[in-house]
Write a protein that binds this ligand. Structure first.
Ligand code: DP6
Length: 321
């Protein structure tokens, strides 16, 4: 048996839309920061006798999860069945997406099992592709630090690469839990609807390449003001595309909007960009800031967050057994 741990990631330039749902190919590259082990998923992988067995958080897994195992057999030429048990250990009850950490841990544990017991050694690129088949954003969680998912145009060419190792990044993600509710419309269904119906999304596709270039360069150079400015613009742009979807998708709540206001006020008061907000498909706020400003960022959540997690940049998955 192999046990592996993986953590979520927060996108600075978002993935919101696929060009190929079957192969899980995104419309554009995306860039994220991997988070630390306060938020984690642990997956156990072993071989099974006659059929796959898959349990996620104590419940039978869904079709996406089984599809990952089919993909592994087909792609890496093995006939083995798997028994996978995956659990999420987040300090909060719901409200934070766990699929990225979950599928990264699953992909990593399967890869180590195949390596140790079958001599099938997979590269990190191949592990990223396995994670991608479970959930797109999971392919970025197989690496630590700042990571870019290269959209590619086929299964073989769509995977994540590391831009900057974790120890060279002086940022933290101050996460404010503003709601414990599960989202009503999944990212998968929501993004499909945006691609199909939003005119604004066409504009996004014209400008996202330029933003990726700016953020990639700024992360490598440690130009965090630029990173934060572009992360806020990209979050705003994705949420505008969500609102432009028919019927409109709105994932933010009053407290999310209050957070945006407070971040802007702080930055204005300081006369520079101290903090940058970003939101995924949910109301919980991620305030990205330099480590030395973490306490200042925490204060912005006064009276609105049920819980605050200050996450450093994570190292990526590792085998724990
Ligand atoms: C808003 O990766 O959860 O968090 O690929 O359909 O499983 P599927 O979607 P998922 O979408 C994540 C969307 C996002 C932005 C991001 O993480 O880049």
């Amino acid at each position: 048996m192999v046990k592996a741990i993986a953590t979520p990631n927060i996108a600075l330039v978002k993935y919101w839309g696929k060009k190929d749902g079957q192969n899980m190919l995104p419309m554009n590259n995306s860039i994220s920061l991997t988070l630390d082990e306060q938020l984690k998923c642990i997956a156990d992988a072993e071989f099974a006798d006659e059929k796959d067995e898959f349990v996620v958080n104590g419940k039978p897994a869904n079709a996406d999860a089984y599809r990952v195992l089919e993909y592994v057999r087909k792609t890496f030429d093995t006939k083995k069945y798997f028994k996978i048990i995956s659990d999420t250990y987040f300090p909060v009850a719901g409200g934070l997406a766990s699929s990225a950490a979950g599928f990264a841990a699953i992909a990593f544990s399967i890869a180590k099992l195949l390596g140790e017991e079958e001599g099938i050694e997979l590269t990190i690129t191949e592990i990223s592709r396995i994670a991608r088949m479970g959930s797109g954003s999971a392919c970025r969680s197989v690496l630590g630090g700042a990571v870019e998912w290269l959209a590619g145009n086929s299964d073989e060419t769509s995977y994540a690469v590391q831009l900057v190792p974790f120890e060279e990044i002086g940022l933290v993600d101050v996460i404010g839990i503003l709601s414990h509710e599960e989202k009503k419309i999944s990212s998968r269904a929501g993004m499909q609807q945006t691609v199909k119906t939003s005119k604004l999304y066409l504009e996004r596709m014209k400008t996202v390449g330029k933003r990726l270039d700016i953020v990639r360069k700024a992360l490598k150079e440690g130009d965090y003001e630029t990173v934060l400015i572009e992360a806020m613009k990209d979050s705003d742009n994705m949420h505008a595309c969500m609102m432009d979807t028919k019927p409109p998708l709105s994932y933010l709540n009053e407290k999310s909007l209050e957070t945006i206001k407070r971040v802007n006020m702080l930055n204005e008061r300081e006369g520079r960009i101290v903090c940058g907000y970003t939101f995924d498909a949910g109301p919980n706020a991620h305030i990205i800031t330099e480590s030395k400003n973490a306490a200042e960022a925490e204060k912005l959540f006064a009276g609105i967050a049920d819980e605050i997690i200050v996450s450093e940049i994570g190292k990526g998955p590792r085998k724990i057994l």
